[in-house]
Design a protein around this ligand. Structure first.
Ligand SMILES: Cc1cc2nc3c(=O)[nH]c(=O)nc-3n(C[C@H](O)[C@H](O)[C@H](O)COP(=O)(O)OP(=O)(O)OC[C@H]3O[C@@H](n4cnc5c(N)ncnc54)[C@H](O)[C@@H]3O)c2cc1C
Length: 467
């Protein structure tokens, strides 16, 4: 009997215990044949996402297909195809990696039922976390709600040896076996629905992730991580978020390459934030879209008002008149990735300067981010909005000008993404309205006054009496 491996957010071959289970089963029950399948019909509808996000998905699939010697099958609907082909392929078991976000959990529950009804078994192997969500618990067995103690407990469990690909498996395309050109799925991995301008803009895959990590070390950024990771104008972070979100690298493989220097430990702590948020979401599935602290749902927001919606549109387009916010929003549209510090600045601005609910921003991020991750996105937003895990109180309101001066001290980041401000040298770019010709090239005046909106936001907080 052959196996089917259904690749979802685990698009790699190395350090992949779930894939190894599929290979071992195929070897034990037959000639080691594994059919690798990816599907557009997983829980998001690919064609509704931004062109750059669609292209990033195709880039990941192309890279995996290449690793498999062009033997990956892209199918329109994985379940339908698997069920309809299983008999002809002599397959009884479908393997998949565990996923923990609520939409994936529901999707997989449904998939299991449908496969079992068709006489097929769904075997779920380990997923893409150093420690699976739900496994790090306090001595009394309850989950952590605070990051620092979570990190300490997580770190004890996280350092495990990576595993290598089980030898002896042979990957095949579904149509290789059937000997026909299948009308059910497109042969190519080019993103038919995506904007042609995006093709080639996103580099992806396991080998690219390995090179990205090597370059992070080689250029010294890993060893200056504490000092530089908050600087938006420098390449001070790893840029591994797409690879981690798509499972092109397992976090365990990264942890295994880290020493114990303070910079390397700080990097491990960032990997742990990803795992902490996955854990929080696992224990609180409704926090994907609801307030983790429900009191915040009672707050007054400007969603649905004419001025609120107009401000949302300005925020999305990167035309708020605050250069650091606008540079971030334009980086999102152009690169599908935004520096972490800038994600916090734009998120704080949406919630605390524009008084809009965090979910509006999270949806926009989901549409554009090539590293979109349900837990990191929802909880990155909730943390910044002050309604999530404990670390960031609501009354902490980022000042977009001071943040710009601190984390883009020469203004290079702003000038890179906001061409209407190219004519302003140095840090003055963060306050163009102070210059005679600052707004001369079409850059807008601020749509709100930050200090007024900060006061307004604190007044609304007082109404819901949060400590
Ligand atoms: C509002 C908001 C939304 C976010 N949405 C996402 C998202 O959808 N997907 C996503 O991967 N990250 C998200 N983040 C977290 C963070 O911004 C990105 O992981 C980081 O910018 C990716 O760049 P990097 O790989 O160079 O990070 P590095 O600094 O090199 O960090 C290494 C890895 O650690 C993890 N990590 C780092 N910081 C965080 C963090 N604060 N929270 C969770 N994981 C972290 C990521 O997997 C990252 O790739 C969000 C943060 C905020 C404030």
């Amino acid at each position: 009997m052959a196996s089917i491996f259904w690749f979802r957010r685990d698009l790699r071959l190395e350090d992949h215990p779930a894939l190894n289970l599929a290979i071992e089963s195929a070897i034990a029950d037959g000639d080691g044949v594994v059919y690798g399948v990816v599907s557009e019909s997983d829980y998001v509808s690919l064609s509704t996402l931004s062109p750059i996000r669609q292209e990033s998905m195709y880039a990941s699939w192309r890279a995996l297909d290449e690793q498999l010697g062009q033997r990956l099958s892209r199918v329109a609907d994985a379940l339908e195809t698997i069920i309809s082909r299983a008999k002809a392929l002599k397959v009884q078991k479908v393997f998949v990696s565990a996923a923990y976000d609520p939409l994936s959990v529901a999707f997989m529950k449904d998939a299991r039922q449908k496969l079992e009804a068709a006489g097929l078994a769904l075997v779920v192997g380990p997923g893409n976390y150093a420690v699976a969500p739900g496994k790090v618990v306090k001595p009394d067995g309850t989950p952590y709600r605070v990051y620092t103690p979570f990190f300490k407990a997580w770190f004890e469990l996280a350092n495990q040896e990576p595993v290598t690909l089980t030898p002896g498996g042979s990957f095949k395309r579904l149509d290789d076996h059937l000997g026909l050109d299948s009308p059910d799925y497109p042969a190519s991995f080019e993103g038919a629905a995506t904007d042609p301008k995006q093709i080639g803009r996103v580099r992806a895959g396991q080998e690219f992730a390995t090179r990205t990590f090597e370059s992070f070390r080689r250029r010294g950024a890993l060893f200056a991580y504490q000092e530089q990771r908050n600087r938006a104008d420098l390449s001070g972070t790893s840029h591994l978020s797409h690879a981690l979100a798509h499972g092109e690298v397992h976090p365990r493989s990264l942890l295994a390459q880290l020493g114990s220097s303070p910079d390397e430990t700080t990097f491990a702590k960032e990997l742990a934030w990803r795992e902490f948020y996955a854990d929080v979401l696992w224990h609180n599935p409704s926090s994907l879209t609801d307030y983790l602290q429900p009191r915040f749902a009672e707050m007054r927001y400007d969603d649905g008002t004419e001025h609120g919606e107009a401000r949302l549109a300005a925020w999305k387009a990167g035309r708020t008149g605050y250069p650091m916010v606008d540079a971030g929003m334009r980086q999102l549209l152009s690169d599908g990735w935004v520096h972490n510090r800038v994600r916090m600045i734009v998120a704080s601005f949406l919630v605390k300067d524009l008084h809009l609910e965090w979910q509006r921003g999270a949806d926009w991020f989901e549409h554009w981010l090539t590293d979109f991750d349900p837990a990191s996105n929802a909880h990155g937003w909730q943390w910044t909005a002050g309604c999530g895990t404990d670390a960031s109180p609501y009354y902490r309101v980022f000042n977009p000008i001071l943040q710009g001066l601190k984390f883009d001290p020469n203004g290079d980041y702003v000038r890179k993404y906001v061409p209407e401000l190219h004519h302003i040298d140095g840090a003055a770019v963060h306050e163009p309205w102070l210059l005679v010709d600052g707004l001369a090239k079409g850059y807008p005046a601020p749509i709100v006054d930050h200090s007024d909106e900060r006061n307004e936001s604190l007044a609304r907080l007082a109404e819901i009496k949060v400590d």
